[in-house]
Design a protein around this ligand. Structure first.
Ligand code: FMN
Length: 370
Protein backbone atom coordinates (compact mmCIF):
# COMPACT_ATOMS: atom_id res chain seq x y z
CA UNK A 1 0.00 0.00 0.00
CA UNK A 2 1.34 3.41 -0.93
CA UNK A 3 1.94 5.38 2.30
CA UNK A 4 1.72 8.65 0.31
CA UNK A 5 -1.97 8.09 -0.42
CA UNK A 6 -4.36 10.26 1.59
CA UNK A 7 -5.78 8.58 4.69
CA UNK A 8 -9.32 8.58 3.24
CA UNK A 9 -8.13 6.54 0.27
CA UNK A 10 -6.42 4.00 2.53
CA UNK A 11 -9.51 3.70 4.74
CA UNK A 12 -11.83 3.13 1.74
CA UNK A 13 -9.43 0.60 0.25
CA UNK A 14 -9.16 -1.23 3.56
CA UNK A 15 -12.97 -1.36 3.80
CA UNK A 16 -13.04 -2.97 0.34
CA UNK A 17 -10.69 -5.69 1.57
CA UNK A 18 -12.86 -6.22 4.65
CA UNK A 19 -16.00 -6.80 2.58
CA UNK A 20 -14.04 -8.92 0.06
CA UNK A 21 -13.05 -11.29 2.86
CA UNK A 22 -16.44 -11.14 4.55
CA UNK A 23 -18.45 -11.73 1.37
CA UNK A 24 -16.23 -14.32 -0.28
CA UNK A 25 -15.03 -16.14 2.85
CA UNK A 26 -18.31 -15.73 4.72
CA UNK A 27 -20.40 -17.21 1.94
CA UNK A 28 -18.14 -20.22 1.46
CA UNK A 29 -18.37 -20.79 5.23
CA UNK A 30 -22.17 -20.37 5.10
CA UNK A 31 -22.55 -22.86 2.27
CA UNK A 32 -20.41 -25.41 4.10
CA UNK A 33 -21.55 -24.89 7.69
CA UNK A 34 -24.96 -23.22 7.61
CA UNK A 35 -26.72 -26.24 9.12
CA UNK A 36 -24.85 -26.32 12.49
CA UNK A 37 -24.54 -22.49 12.51
CA UNK A 38 -28.27 -21.92 11.92
CA UNK A 39 -29.13 -24.57 14.52
CA UNK A 40 -26.84 -22.83 17.03
CA UNK A 41 -28.35 -19.35 16.32
CA UNK A 42 -31.94 -20.56 16.07
CA UNK A 43 -32.23 -19.46 12.41
CA UNK A 44 -34.79 -21.57 10.49
CA UNK A 45 -33.13 -23.73 7.80
CA UNK A 46 -33.38 -22.38 4.22
CA UNK A 47 -36.83 -23.16 2.77
CA UNK A 48 -35.41 -23.31 -0.75
CA UNK A 49 -31.89 -24.74 -0.94
CA UNK A 50 -31.44 -23.64 -4.54
CA UNK A 51 -32.35 -20.00 -3.72
CA UNK A 52 -30.03 -20.12 -0.69
CA UNK A 53 -27.11 -21.38 -2.81
CA UNK A 54 -27.85 -18.84 -5.56
CA UNK A 55 -27.92 -15.89 -3.12
CA UNK A 56 -24.71 -17.11 -1.47
CA UNK A 57 -23.09 -17.44 -4.89
CA UNK A 58 -24.19 -13.90 -5.83
CA UNK A 59 -22.85 -12.53 -2.56
CA UNK A 60 -19.59 -14.48 -3.03
CA UNK A 61 -19.12 -12.91 -6.48
CA UNK A 62 -19.58 -9.42 -4.97
CA UNK A 63 -16.76 -10.38 -2.58
CA UNK A 64 -14.56 -11.20 -5.58
CA UNK A 65 -15.55 -7.86 -7.11
CA UNK A 66 -14.54 -6.08 -3.88
CA UNK A 67 -11.20 -7.91 -3.99
CA UNK A 68 -10.62 -6.67 -7.55
CA UNK A 69 -11.41 -3.12 -6.41
CA UNK A 70 -8.97 -3.50 -3.51
CA UNK A 71 -6.21 -4.67 -5.88
CA UNK A 72 -6.49 -1.66 -8.18
CA UNK A 73 -8.99 1.01 -7.07
CA UNK A 74 -7.98 3.55 -9.74
CA UNK A 75 -9.04 1.17 -12.51
CA UNK A 76 -12.20 0.04 -10.71
CA UNK A 77 -14.51 3.03 -10.89
CA UNK A 78 -17.13 1.06 -12.87
CA UNK A 79 -16.79 -1.91 -10.51
CA UNK A 80 -17.50 0.39 -7.57
CA UNK A 81 -20.71 1.62 -9.19
CA UNK A 82 -21.71 -1.96 -10.06
CA UNK A 83 -20.86 -3.08 -6.50
CA UNK A 84 -22.95 -0.26 -5.01
CA UNK A 85 -25.93 -1.31 -7.16
CA UNK A 86 -25.48 -4.99 -6.22
CA UNK A 87 -25.19 -4.27 -2.53
CA UNK A 88 -28.03 -1.76 -2.64
CA UNK A 89 -30.33 -4.34 -4.27
CA UNK A 90 -29.34 -6.99 -1.76
CA UNK A 91 -30.03 -4.58 1.13
CA UNK A 92 -33.36 -3.53 -0.40
CA UNK A 93 -34.67 -7.09 -0.73
CA UNK A 94 -33.36 -8.05 2.70
CA UNK A 95 -35.26 -5.16 4.31
CA UNK A 96 -38.33 -5.86 2.19
CA UNK A 97 -38.54 -9.51 3.29
CA UNK A 98 -37.35 -8.55 6.79
CA UNK A 99 -40.32 -6.20 7.23
CA UNK A 100 -42.60 -9.00 6.06
CA UNK A 101 -41.24 -11.08 8.96
CA UNK A 102 -39.72 -13.65 6.63
CA UNK A 103 -36.15 -13.25 7.91
CA UNK A 104 -34.27 -13.88 11.14
CA UNK A 105 -32.35 -10.88 12.65
CA UNK A 106 -29.12 -12.72 11.75
CA UNK A 107 -30.11 -12.50 8.08
CA UNK A 108 -31.25 -8.88 8.39
CA UNK A 109 -27.73 -8.13 9.66
CA UNK A 110 -26.43 -8.92 6.16
CA UNK A 111 -28.79 -6.29 4.74
CA UNK A 112 -27.49 -3.66 7.19
CA UNK A 113 -23.92 -4.56 6.18
CA UNK A 114 -24.71 -4.20 2.48
CA UNK A 115 -26.63 -0.93 2.98
CA UNK A 116 -23.55 0.51 4.72
CA UNK A 117 -21.32 -0.72 1.90
CA UNK A 118 -23.59 0.83 -0.75
CA UNK A 119 -22.65 4.18 0.80
CA UNK A 120 -18.96 3.22 1.18
CA UNK A 121 -18.67 2.17 -2.49
CA UNK A 122 -20.39 5.32 -3.73
CA UNK A 123 -18.21 7.54 -1.56
CA UNK A 124 -15.07 5.72 -2.72
CA UNK A 125 -16.18 6.18 -6.35
CA UNK A 126 -16.70 9.89 -5.68
CA UNK A 127 -13.28 10.08 -4.06
CA UNK A 128 -11.56 8.34 -7.00
CA UNK A 129 -13.43 10.34 -9.61
CA UNK A 130 -12.16 13.58 -8.06
CA UNK A 131 -8.40 13.28 -7.44
CA UNK A 132 -8.22 17.09 -7.45
CA UNK A 133 -10.55 17.20 -4.43
CA UNK A 134 -8.54 14.52 -2.65
CA UNK A 135 -5.51 16.74 -3.09
CA UNK A 136 -7.30 19.89 -1.95
CA UNK A 137 -8.67 18.04 1.08
CA UNK A 138 -5.14 17.43 2.34
CA UNK A 139 -5.33 21.13 3.28
CA UNK A 140 -3.22 22.43 0.43
CA UNK A 141 -3.90 25.94 -0.91
CA UNK A 142 -2.98 26.11 -4.60
CA UNK A 143 -1.33 29.08 -6.29
CA UNK A 144 -3.80 31.59 -7.65
CA UNK A 145 -4.48 32.37 -11.32
CA UNK A 146 -3.43 35.30 -13.41
CA UNK A 147 -6.18 37.61 -12.11
CA UNK A 148 -4.64 40.98 -11.03
CA UNK A 149 -4.13 40.99 -7.26
CA UNK A 150 -6.36 43.69 -5.79
CA UNK A 151 -6.19 42.09 -2.33
CA UNK A 152 -9.94 42.25 -2.10
CA UNK A 153 -12.07 39.20 -1.35
CA UNK A 154 -15.79 38.56 -1.67
CA UNK A 155 -17.56 36.15 0.69
CA UNK A 156 -20.68 34.65 -0.87
CA UNK A 157 -22.87 32.49 1.36
CA UNK A 158 -26.27 31.50 2.58
CA UNK A 159 -26.67 30.58 6.23
CA UNK A 160 -29.96 29.58 7.76
CA UNK A 161 -29.09 28.91 11.39
CA UNK A 162 -25.90 30.99 11.59
CA UNK A 163 -23.36 28.14 11.58
CA UNK A 164 -22.02 28.99 8.12
CA UNK A 165 -22.14 32.72 8.87
CA UNK A 166 -19.92 32.17 11.90
CA UNK A 167 -17.55 30.08 9.78
CA UNK A 168 -17.28 32.90 7.26
CA UNK A 169 -16.54 35.48 9.94
CA UNK A 170 -13.48 33.43 10.91
CA UNK A 171 -12.33 33.08 7.29
CA UNK A 172 -12.79 36.85 7.04
CA UNK A 173 -10.66 37.32 10.19
CA UNK A 174 -7.84 35.31 8.57
CA UNK A 175 -8.09 37.19 5.27
CA UNK A 176 -8.04 40.58 7.02
CA UNK A 177 -5.04 39.49 9.12
CA UNK A 178 -3.36 38.57 5.82
CA UNK A 179 -3.93 42.07 4.42
CA UNK A 180 -7.17 41.57 2.47
CA UNK A 181 -10.19 43.88 2.39
CA UNK A 182 -13.35 41.76 2.56
CA UNK A 183 -16.88 42.32 1.24
CA UNK A 184 -19.81 40.06 2.00
CA UNK A 185 -22.80 39.06 -0.06
CA UNK A 186 -25.43 36.99 1.71
CA UNK A 187 -27.62 35.05 -0.69
CA UNK A 188 -31.27 35.81 0.06
CA UNK A 189 -34.03 33.45 -1.06
CA UNK A 190 -37.06 35.16 -2.61
CA UNK A 191 -39.36 33.19 -0.27
CA UNK A 192 -38.15 34.96 2.87
CA UNK A 193 -41.15 33.78 4.88
CA UNK A 194 -40.22 30.14 4.27
CA UNK A 195 -36.43 30.17 4.41
CA UNK A 196 -35.84 31.58 7.86
CA UNK A 197 -34.67 30.15 11.14
CA UNK A 198 -36.13 29.17 13.56
CA UNK A 199 -38.56 27.68 11.08
CA UNK A 200 -41.96 29.43 11.20
CA UNK A 201 -43.59 26.00 11.68
CA UNK A 202 -42.77 22.32 11.55
CA UNK A 203 -44.57 22.26 8.20
CA UNK A 204 -42.09 24.87 6.88
CA UNK A 205 -39.21 22.55 7.82
CA UNK A 206 -40.95 19.59 6.16
CA UNK A 207 -41.45 21.69 3.00
CA UNK A 208 -37.80 22.77 2.91
CA UNK A 209 -36.75 19.17 3.52
CA UNK A 210 -38.99 17.74 0.78
CA UNK A 211 -37.87 20.41 -1.66
CA UNK A 212 -34.24 19.66 -0.79
CA UNK A 213 -34.78 15.91 -1.33
CA UNK A 214 -36.44 16.56 -4.70
CA UNK A 215 -33.80 19.20 -5.48
CA UNK A 216 -36.36 21.88 -6.28
CA UNK A 217 -34.56 25.22 -6.78
CA UNK A 218 -35.10 28.05 -4.32
CA UNK A 219 -35.10 31.29 -6.35
CA UNK A 220 -32.86 33.97 -4.88
CA UNK A 221 -32.91 37.77 -5.00
CA UNK A 222 -30.51 39.37 -7.53
CA UNK A 223 -26.99 39.65 -6.16
CA UNK A 224 -25.77 43.14 -5.29
CA UNK A 225 -22.19 42.51 -6.45
CA UNK A 226 -21.68 44.30 -9.80
CA UNK A 227 -20.43 42.32 -12.85
CA UNK A 228 -17.17 44.28 -12.96
CA UNK A 229 -16.32 43.71 -9.30
CA UNK A 230 -12.62 43.87 -8.51
CA UNK A 231 -12.24 41.00 -6.03
CA UNK A 232 -9.39 38.66 -6.90
CA UNK A 233 -10.76 35.97 -4.57
CA UNK A 234 -14.29 34.69 -3.99
CA UNK A 235 -14.96 32.50 -0.95
CA UNK A 236 -18.12 30.40 -1.29
CA UNK A 237 -19.75 28.82 1.72
CA UNK A 238 -22.46 26.23 1.30
CA UNK A 239 -24.15 24.04 3.92
CA UNK A 240 -25.28 20.49 3.19
CA UNK A 241 -28.99 20.01 2.68
CA UNK A 242 -29.92 16.39 2.14
CA UNK A 243 -26.55 15.19 0.94
CA UNK A 244 -26.11 18.04 -1.51
CA UNK A 245 -25.80 21.81 -1.82
CA UNK A 246 -28.33 23.96 -0.01
CA UNK A 247 -31.01 25.03 -2.47
CA UNK A 248 -30.38 28.83 -2.31
CA UNK A 249 -26.65 28.55 -3.06
CA UNK A 250 -27.23 26.02 -5.82
CA UNK A 251 -29.80 28.42 -7.32
CA UNK A 252 -27.11 31.08 -7.63
CA UNK A 253 -25.01 28.75 -9.80
CA UNK A 254 -27.91 27.31 -11.77
CA UNK A 255 -28.20 30.82 -13.20
CA UNK A 256 -25.52 31.36 -15.89
CA UNK A 257 -25.27 34.98 -14.68
CA UNK A 258 -23.23 33.66 -11.74
CA UNK A 259 -20.29 33.65 -14.17
CA UNK A 260 -19.87 37.31 -13.39
CA UNK A 261 -19.15 36.47 -9.77
CA UNK A 262 -16.45 33.81 -10.20
CA UNK A 263 -15.21 33.79 -13.80
CA UNK A 264 -11.46 34.32 -14.03
CA UNK A 265 -11.13 34.66 -10.27
CA UNK A 266 -9.64 32.46 -7.59
CA UNK A 267 -12.30 30.63 -5.62
CA UNK A 268 -12.19 28.97 -2.20
CA UNK A 269 -14.96 26.67 -0.98
CA UNK A 270 -16.11 26.14 2.59
CA UNK A 271 -18.81 23.60 3.46
CA UNK A 272 -20.50 23.25 6.83
CA UNK A 273 -22.70 20.30 7.73
CA UNK A 274 -23.75 17.86 10.40
CA UNK A 275 -21.40 15.24 8.97
CA UNK A 276 -21.91 14.70 5.22
CA UNK A 277 -19.84 17.09 3.15
CA UNK A 278 -18.26 15.13 0.29
CA UNK A 279 -21.05 15.45 -2.23
CA UNK A 280 -21.81 19.05 -1.25
CA UNK A 281 -18.16 19.92 -1.67
CA UNK A 282 -17.92 18.20 -5.06
CA UNK A 283 -21.06 20.02 -6.24
CA UNK A 284 -19.90 23.44 -5.03
CA UNK A 285 -16.44 23.04 -6.55
CA UNK A 286 -17.78 21.78 -9.90
CA UNK A 287 -20.34 24.60 -10.13
CA UNK A 288 -17.62 27.17 -9.40
CA UNK A 289 -15.41 25.62 -12.09
CA UNK A 290 -18.27 25.41 -14.58
CA UNK A 291 -18.84 29.14 -14.11
CA UNK A 292 -15.17 29.84 -14.82
CA UNK A 293 -13.67 30.06 -11.32
CA UNK A 294 -10.27 28.61 -10.42
CA UNK A 295 -10.61 26.66 -7.17
CA UNK A 296 -7.53 27.16 -4.98
CA UNK A 297 -8.65 25.68 -1.66
CA UNK A 298 -11.43 23.85 0.18
CA UNK A 299 -12.37 23.26 3.80
CA UNK A 300 -15.10 20.91 4.99
CA UNK A 301 -16.40 21.46 8.51
CA UNK A 302 -18.68 18.88 10.15
CA UNK A 303 -20.26 19.65 13.50
CA UNK A 304 -18.67 18.06 16.58
CA UNK A 305 -19.86 14.78 18.08
CA UNK A 306 -20.57 11.29 16.85
CA UNK A 307 -23.50 9.69 15.13
CA UNK A 308 -26.21 8.67 15.74
CA UNK A 309 -26.49 11.29 18.51
CA UNK A 310 -25.19 14.05 16.23
CA UNK A 311 -28.01 13.39 13.77
CA UNK A 312 -30.62 13.35 16.54
CA UNK A 313 -29.17 16.54 18.02
CA UNK A 314 -29.45 18.28 14.64
CA UNK A 315 -33.00 17.07 14.24
CA UNK A 316 -33.98 18.44 17.68
CA UNK A 317 -32.09 21.69 16.99
CA UNK A 318 -33.96 22.23 13.73
CA UNK A 319 -37.30 21.30 15.29
CA UNK A 320 -36.92 23.45 18.47
CA UNK A 321 -34.94 26.28 16.86
CA UNK A 322 -32.29 26.32 19.61
CA UNK A 323 -29.62 23.93 20.88
CA UNK A 324 -29.98 21.89 24.08
CA UNK A 325 -33.73 21.14 23.72
CA UNK A 326 -35.60 19.15 24.90
CA UNK A 327 -33.95 19.97 28.24
CA UNK A 328 -34.35 16.46 29.68
CA UNK A 329 -32.26 15.11 26.81
CA UNK A 330 -29.68 17.91 26.81
CA UNK A 331 -26.84 15.95 28.53
CA UNK A 332 -26.83 13.61 25.52
CA UNK A 333 -27.18 16.25 22.79
CA UNK A 334 -24.17 17.34 20.74
CA UNK A 335 -23.50 20.93 19.67
CA UNK A 336 -25.08 21.76 16.26
CA UNK A 337 -22.42 24.42 15.71
CA UNK A 338 -18.80 24.20 14.62
CA UNK A 339 -16.23 23.62 17.34
CA UNK A 340 -13.68 26.29 18.27
CA UNK A 341 -11.05 24.03 16.73
CA UNK A 342 -12.87 24.06 13.35
CA UNK A 343 -13.27 27.82 13.56
CA UNK A 344 -9.55 28.22 14.25
CA UNK A 345 -8.83 26.07 11.20
CA UNK A 346 -11.02 28.36 9.11
CA UNK A 347 -9.19 31.44 10.33
CA UNK A 348 -5.89 29.79 9.38
CA UNK A 349 -7.47 28.97 6.00
CA UNK A 350 -8.27 32.68 5.51
CA UNK A 351 -4.64 33.57 6.26
CA UNK A 352 -3.36 30.88 3.88
CA UNK A 353 -5.66 32.17 1.14
CA UNK A 354 -4.40 35.72 1.64
CA UNK A 355 -0.84 34.46 1.25
CA UNK A 356 -1.44 32.14 -1.74
CA UNK A 357 1.24 32.68 -4.35
CA UNK A 358 0.33 33.73 -7.89
CA UNK A 359 0.85 31.01 -10.46
CA UNK A 360 3.77 31.60 -12.80
CA UNK A 361 2.73 31.92 -16.45
CA UNK A 362 4.49 28.65 -17.42
CA UNK A 363 2.84 26.75 -14.55
CA UNK A 364 -0.49 28.19 -15.64
CA UNK A 365 0.11 26.93 -19.19
CA UNK A 366 1.02 23.46 -17.85
CA UNK A 367 -2.12 23.35 -15.71
CA UNK A 368 -4.32 24.34 -18.63
CA UNK A 369 -2.61 21.76 -20.86
CA UNK A 370 -3.21 18.96 -18.33
C1 FMN B 1 -33.10 21.09 5.31
C2 FMN B 1 -31.79 20.67 5.89
C3 FMN B 1 -31.19 19.48 5.47
C4 FMN B 1 -29.96 19.06 5.99
N1 FMN B 1 -29.38 17.92 5.52
C5 FMN B 1 -28.15 17.56 5.96
C6 FMN B 1 -27.50 16.38 5.45
O1 FMN B 1 -28.01 15.65 4.59
N2 FMN B 1 -26.28 16.08 5.92
C7 FMN B 1 -25.64 16.84 6.85
O2 FMN B 1 -24.52 16.50 7.22
N3 FMN B 1 -26.22 17.95 7.36
C8 FMN B 1 -27.46 18.31 6.93
N4 FMN B 1 -28.07 19.44 7.43
C9 FMN B 1 -27.38 20.20 8.48
C10 FMN B 1 -26.74 21.49 7.99
O3 FMN B 1 -25.79 21.24 6.98
C11 FMN B 1 -26.06 22.14 9.19
O4 FMN B 1 -27.02 22.37 10.17
C12 FMN B 1 -25.37 23.42 8.83
O5 FMN B 1 -24.66 23.85 9.97
C13 FMN B 1 -26.33 24.49 8.40
O6 FMN B 1 -25.62 25.66 8.15
P1 FMN B 1 -26.28 27.11 8.36
O7 FMN B 1 -26.59 27.21 9.81
O8 FMN B 1 -25.21 28.05 7.97
O9 FMN B 1 -27.47 27.20 7.49
C14 FMN B 1 -29.31 19.86 6.96
C15 FMN B 1 -29.92 21.05 7.40
C16 FMN B 1 -31.13 21.46 6.88
C17 FMN B 1 -31.74 22.75 7.35
Amino acid sequence: MNPMRPRTYRVFRFLCLVTALANAGGNVALLLFHEPLYRFLGVPPPADRFAFAAVSGFSFSVGVLAFMIWRNPERSLNLLVYGAIAKGLYAFFTFYFGFQGALHPFQIGFGVWDAAYTVVFLLFALHLASPDLARLNTGEVLPGGSVPRTRRALLLYHSLSGNGARAMQRVKGGLVAGGYAVDEERVEPVETALFRFPFPSLWAFVRIALRAILRIPAPVKPLRTPPDHDHDLVVLECPTWFVGMSAPLESVFQDAASERIVKGRDVAVVNVCRGLWRRTQAMTVRWAELRGGRVVGVRACPNPGRDPMRTWSLFFFLAFGEPGRPRWLSPLLTDPHLSEESLDTLEAFGRALAQRPAVSTSAGRERRAS
